[in-house]
Design a protein around this ligand. Sequence first.
Ligand code: SF4
Length: 471
Amino acid sequence: MFNGILGCKPDKMEEACGVFGIYGSDEDVARLTYYALYALQHRGQECAGIAVSDGKGMKLHKGQGLVSEVFTDNMVASLTGKIAIGHVLYSTMGTNVALSAEPLICSYLNGSLALAHNGSLTNAKKLKEKLAAQGAVFQASIDAELIVNLIARNGQESMEKALQKAMQEIKGSYALVIMTEEQLIGVRDPFGNRPLCLGKLDNSYVLASESCAFDVLGAEFIRDVAPGEIVIIDQEGLHSFNFSNPVERALCVFEFVYFARPDSTIDGINVMEARRAMGRQLAKEKPVDVDIVIPVPDSGIAGALGYAEGINCVFDMGLMKNRYIGRTFIRPAQSERDLGVRLKINPVTKLVKGKRVGIVDDSIVRGTTSKKIVQMLRNSGAQEVHMLITSPPVIAPCYYGIDTSERSQLIAGQKSPEEIRKHIGADTLSYLSMEGMYRALGQDSGFCIACLSAKYPIEIPTGEKLGKKEV
Ligand code: SF4
């Protein structure tokens, strides 16, 4: 995925994390979790961690960096057990990355408890104040700490009751994997905002943010965890119950636009098919007369394939992405910004020179990347550049765990499409309509579209004013 210009805040919505859990494998659970986290790496690249339980105690290793940087072969081998949970994190700006790594382990009345979270609690501030007033102490500013605290303080109850009580106190978006010494637990928020699915690997149960993690392990997909459902897996097998009254589902639509891997299927919708259908739908709504359709790699590939099919035009990879720029890359100074862009992405001059080019991307967040790409294509001799976006304009910030800019930095929150077109220097700019997006997804309800509509399905944090999001 090309998520922005080197040295700048990414010009994309950024996923907050991925979670995985496995119960009862005869195989090496830590190693299987390690491979699953590799498959979920696109959901977070800042930290990775694995916790294991052998039935008597827990071991944990976590740290800053990619899965491959945090774990060595010996480290994975030392994490012996029969249950494991894992986490990859994308930390939002301003947080202490080292302290944010998960899973989080704590000791409580009945032993140890480990937890990993994807999402964001919208009442975190209030909960923290309440728990602190009751004597709780906190080390990191992460929601997982609050949830662990809430479960642990009901430690005298059965785990089912403790979970139920904790879930009734938290608000917002969450997919959780929780481990006790004897159990693996999965929880999905009542709105189903964050994805979580259940699978089976021989005699083991597995839980993951995305089904692509199952494919990597050769596990069989069973079903998505339902909104408001708690799944508990222990030596008795699997049992589950609902902890909330039914509310209208609000699955994050951006999973289909950008976050999820194309080979994943979420709540019955395959991501690759959805993205391609969005491209085809845009071709129906806004056909342009071009000689070649190219994607912004990698986020625009599926949409560009669909768009090219829709207008019956040549598709080609007219922009090349350098896949070998690691996190340790020396970022160019402000004066070398253009060099930074070209190092990361570069046009194939032979393909675009003298052509009318349709360039497809999944979204525009701040517009900085689109502007540079249009400029690069023109410098490479493109005769016309038409920017084609396979989602509606991003006009409002996300409060549910996705790192967006403040509204003032979201270009579509400030400018009309025509003003954006002028700003990025394209000949035309086309967005997919909201109705078109629903048509491509095959259903017109059940999604959170708050960043596209400024209508928030889940109560946003108290005291926040729309467009004044703290980052
Ligand atoms: S506002 Fe809703 S649709 Fe947009 S990124 Fe956040 S959860 Fe996803």
